[in-house]
Design a protein around this ligand. Structure first.
Ligand code: NAG
Ligand code: NAG
Ligand code: NAG
Ligand code: NAG
Ligand code: NAG
Ligand code: NAG
Ligand code: NAG
Ligand code: NAG
Ligand code: NAG
Ligand code: NAG
Ligand code: NAG
Length: 832
């Protein structure tokens, strides 16, 4: 029995220690409390140890030059330990006595016999024959180092940001796993055949893509120092600011330099400035700020956390306003929902957002005509003088001024604040002074005036004069109309009631009936209507959309509608319109319609011009009402025209309505011509009596004109000494031009205005043939004389720039497919 020689024992000991110099045996532990506790790679290039993360908790990490290239999936405090359990599981435990891990490699009992940190930076758990059963390279966190491969099953992540390689080899950066703000890779001829694309950062600094189908790896990106000599580690890292960068760091230098970045414009990184945050650049760096003083930073110590409204929208129902941000956009990445992209101008882009479930909108203003409505809770802004876009954010009024967006911290900001304060104080003092002086003057002037009360009501009206439609609750309108007591009239869309709003403005409240449309569509239509402003159009003050209730609030017209003046005898109504008034009404109406047809952004064919829809204010100025409502009533209506769906008013309908020919703005011209004849004559154009030889009045009137007896057409209630016969003749001639059977014979509305104004010579009108046969058309319409109007895209030239866009809505109405009409007006042409 001989004991082993001491020399052999020594050799055995040396052998074991040589192996264990690189291997970490089962049962080893790292202590967060001990800064010297670490597992290092053979040449000490990399080390696994606890490091402090930005929130100053401790996390086990593999570091190079103090730069973390991998972290365990959880952070802990100084009592934590990282332990390689005898079972082979690597666990992060809150304390050395604990058995519930905060994080684990999930490798228990699969044959792990040791661990080691390789010189490449890879930490592996291996079995007794040295095969890696688990490695940090296979479980990357936010960094890739040379020799570490990334395939489609891997994800780098950092906060809400993540980086993935797609099956087609494209590199993508995502925010919150949903929004792709970077997507770059091979062109379509190259990417179709890939089977297992793998991304690899060469130690020389070149990012390559390899795939079994590719003979040689493809170079995707070069770090700016690629192939430079030296003991340099290069790594690809997804930073917490959402950008993907290649860094290089010379061994032992302690310095790290950015050599490539995926997103060259940091402000294009979605969510970089948090929710509602606006990204911009100071001289060199991207900085974050809030849209305006309506907002404050979520965290004053970290502007990247985003902003919040000082007053939440839910706390100010009905008092929302749109804050305008020039040279700003809200970041938009595909796929954007089609329902949130529109072809509209700046002001409907603002209004559509105001009236809808929308937090912000951007009108690109780059010639594309695109408007994006942001309905999500999270929006990410970018401000730069180079951006043509105009953006809007919904806030609680009053809208407060923008600070110089995202001004930098430090000395400049303090100075800026001081200056701002000074300006504010000076302005306030001045304004206060003026108010006191003016108030004094007012009191002094109007002390005994009964007008004083009226003035304050008018003053309050300014609130509504800002242009945006106000949203009312049903309760408010119930109160305003005293329970819908005072009925002003009833039209095809429902009854109209008189109401007094909270600010003492008198208004006409229209209770819409038979609405078949959803809330969203309704709000869109409201936005269209209220974006149409003209002196001769009735203005929409606001609306209500609650459950089944749909109401529109219009400005109140003191003198009611034109028909009351024209067709009731003065003795009956006590109402009389002299010629001057009538002529101005004819002219004003023509101007209002011209605006709808030719001048406003989203052109509208009224489709129901008649005296009932021409209202008169206290100065007898004409205001056209009820434009743009038809789509609200029956959405199917505007697709196919059947006899029953023609609900315009008899006597005013152009012949093409019944001949199933395209309805264009010329159809309104026809109706206007009839109204003009009635303004002159004070008689319905379809009236038949012994006096008119049992013919329709309009037919008889033309015969009288032919005979040279145009005075016979004129309303006998007009006093001959106040009539301007030149104007009367002009009006009659214009009216016969307007009611020509052939739409092409009728003048455009703009021309009508010029003819009435006397700017343009008027030829003798030919016989309006339709007028002789028109009685068929006039009476075969459903008996109801309910008014129903339609909003159609007017027959306007299709803007050439949008020819590739979905202009079907416009062009089909212009070219007039038989029996079919545009299914959407310009405002609602949606992109795919
Ligand atoms: C460790 O460093 C030595 C000398 O610097 C070198 O010869 C050796 O190759 C390095 N080992 C590894 C694994 O890189
Ligand atoms: C790493 O950081 C520690 C302390 O934070 C410091 O003492 C050490 O010098 C750093 N090492 C390098 C290579 O920068
Ligand atoms: C660390 O956290 C654990 C709970 O996770 C707690 O019980 C312990 O007191 C903490 N230790 C220190 C030093 O904060
Ligand atoms: C180590 O793992 C490799 C790969 O899984 C396997 O081929 C080998 O047999 C294992 N060795 C032992 C001793 O289990
Ligand atoms: C990705 O690579 C890992 C090893 O690094 C491998 O286990 C996995 O199967 C690969 N995924 C695909 C889809 O090829
Ligand atoms: C991220 O997405 C989830 C659902 O996918 C959502 O609940 C969460 O609010 C989003 N985070 C932010 C900051 O919007
Ligand atoms: C991949 O990236 C290219 C540009 O680098 C882009 O044109 C292409 O659309 C992307 N492919 C997909 C499927 O997103
Ligand atoms: C696609 O990329 C390959 C390699 O980069 C190039 O040879 C080819 O011409 C490209 N094809 C197109 C259509 O751009
Ligand atoms: C892709 O595959 C098709 C057929 O499998 C082949 O004709 C084509 O050349 C391939 N394209 C590339 C870029 O390899
Ligand atoms: C720009 O912002 C950065 C980071 O906030 C700051 O360090 C730098 O001083 C700012 N530069 C100027 C010119 O304000
Ligand atoms: C901001 O930092 C200061 C001092 O550094 C601290 O007192 C304050 O609590 C911090 N505010 C927030 C909201 O974290």
């Amino acid at each position: 029995m001989s004991s082993p020689p001491p020399l052999l024992l020594l050799h055995l000991f040396l052998l074991i220690s040589a192996v264990s110099a690189a291997d970490i045996p089962l049962g080893s532990t790292l202590y967060a409390s001990d800064p010297n506790s670490k597992w290092a790679s053979p040449n000490n290039t990399f080390a696994l140890a606890f490091i402090a993360d930005p929130t100053s908790s401790l996390v086990p990490a593999i570091t190079y030059n103090n730069i973390s290239i991998w972290q365990a999936g959880a952070s802990a405090n100084s009592s934590a330990v990282l332990r390689l359990l005898p079972s082979g599981d690597l666990q992060l435990l809150p304390s050395s006595s604990s058995t519930t891990p905060l994080w684990s490699s999930a490798t228990a009992n699969i044959g792990v016999s040791a661990a080691s940190l390789e010189e490449s930076g890879n930490f592996i758990l291996k079995n007794s024959s040295g095969a890696a059963l688990w490695s940090t390279f296979d479980h990357p966190t936010d960094t890739v180092v040379p020799t570490q491969n990334l395939n489609v099953s891997h994800t780098l992540s950092s906060g809400l940001y993540s980086f993935k390689i797609q099956n087609n080899g494209n590199l993508t950066l995502l925010w919150n796993s949903t929004i792709i703000y970077y997507n770059s890779g091979l062109n379509s001829t190259m990417n179709s055949n890939l089977t297992n694309p793998t991304l690899d950062l060469q130690s020389t600094g070149i990012l390559t893509l390899s795939d079994p189908t590719l003979a040689t790896p493809l170079d995707l990106a070069y770090s700016s120092d690629y192939a430079e000599e030296g003991d340099i580690l290069r790594f690809l890292k997804l930073d917490s600011d959402g950008n993907l960068r290649i860094y290089s760091s010379a061994k032992g230098s302690g310095t790290t330099n950015v050599r490539w970045a995926a997103v060259s414009d940091q402000c294009q990184v979605y969510g970089f400035c948090g929710n509602m945050g606006i990204c911009s650049y100071n001289d060199t760096y991207p900085v974050c700020g809030c849209p305006s003083e309506n907002f404050e930073l979520m965290d004053p110590n970290d502007s990247r956390k985003g902003c919040k409204r000082k007053v939440e929208l839910r706390d100010c129902p009905g008092r929302e306003a749109m804050l305008q941000l020039d040279h700003a956009k809200f970041l938009t990445y595909q796929p954007e929902l089609a329902s949130q992209v529109f072809f509209v101008g700046i002001s409907p882009c603002r209004l559509n957002c105001l009236v809808g479930p929308c937090t912000a909108s951007t009108s690109l203003a780059d010639g594309s005509g695109l408007c994006y409505l942001k309905t999500s809770d999270f929006v990410s802004g970018y401000h730069s003088p180079a951006i043509p876009s105009t953006s809007f954010v919904k806030v609680c009024s009053p809208v407060m001024p923008n600070p110089s967006v995202a001004s930098a911290s430090g000395g400049t900001q303090t100075r800026w604040r001081l200056t701002a304060w000074l300006v504010v104080v000076v302005v306030l003092v001045t304004v206060l002074g003026l108010v006191v002086v003016e108030g004094g003057l007012w009191l002094w002037c109007f002390r005994n005036s009964p007008k004083f009360g009226g003035l304050s009501a008018q003053y309050a009206l300014l609130e509504y004069a800002s242009g945006a439609p106000v949203q009312f609750s049903y309760k408010e309108l119930l109160k305003a109309t005293k329970g819908f007591k005072e009925k002003l009239g009833a039209g095809g869309f429902g009854a109209v009631y008189r109401g007094v709003l909270a600010n003492r403005t008198v208004a006409a409240v229209k209770q819409l009936e038979g609405i078949e449309q959803g809330e969203k569509q309704f709000r869109m239509e409201v936005a269209t209507i209220s974006s149409t402003h003209h002196l001769n159009l009735v203005r929409l003050i606001g609306f209500c959309s609650e459950g089944r209730h749909r109401l529109l609030v219009y400005e109140f017209m003191k003198n009611g509608s034109l028909d009351n003046f024209l067709f009731t005898s003065a003795e009956q109504s006590g109402k009389h319109l002299n010629w001057e008034h009538r002529y101005n009404i004819a002219l004003g109406t023509a101007r209002g319609i011209t605006y709808l047809h030719e001048e406003c952004r989203d052109c509208i064919v009224h489709c129901d011009i008649k005296p009932e829809n021409i209202l008169l204010d206290e100065n007898y100025h004409a205001k056209v009402s009820d434009f743009g409502l038809a789509k609200l009533v029956n959405p199917k209506d505007h697709r196919y025209r059947t006899l029953t769906s023609v609900r315009g008013t008899r006597g005013y309908l152009a012949p093409e309505w019944l001949a199933n020919l395209p309805i264009t703005s010329k159809s309104d011209v026809y109706s206007y011509g009839m109204v003009l004849l009635e303004i002159v004559s004070g008689r319905r154009n379809f009236e038949v009596s012994a006096e008119t030889n049992h013919k329709k009045f309009s037919v008889w009137a033309y015969e009288e004109l032919e005979k040279g007896n145009f005075e016979g057409i004129v309303d006998r209630r007009l006093y001959s000494n106040e009539i301007d016969m030149h104007q009367v003749l002009r009006a009659i001639q214009v009216s016969f031009w307007c009611i020509q059977e052939q739409p092409s014979q009728r003048p455009m509305m703009g021309k009508v205005v010029q003819m009435l104004e006397g700017i343009m010579e008027i030829d003798r009108p030919p016989a309006p043939k339709a007028a002789t046969e028109g009685s068929v058309g006039g009476t075969s319409v459903t008996a109801s004389s309910i008014s129903a109007l339609s909003t159609f895209a007017a027959s306007m030239p299709v803007p050439s720039s949008s020819s590739s866009l979905q202009t079907a809505g416009i062009s089909s109405s212009a070219s007039g497919k038989h029996g079919e009409r545009a299914s959407s007006s310009l405002l609602h042409s949606e992109t795919k």
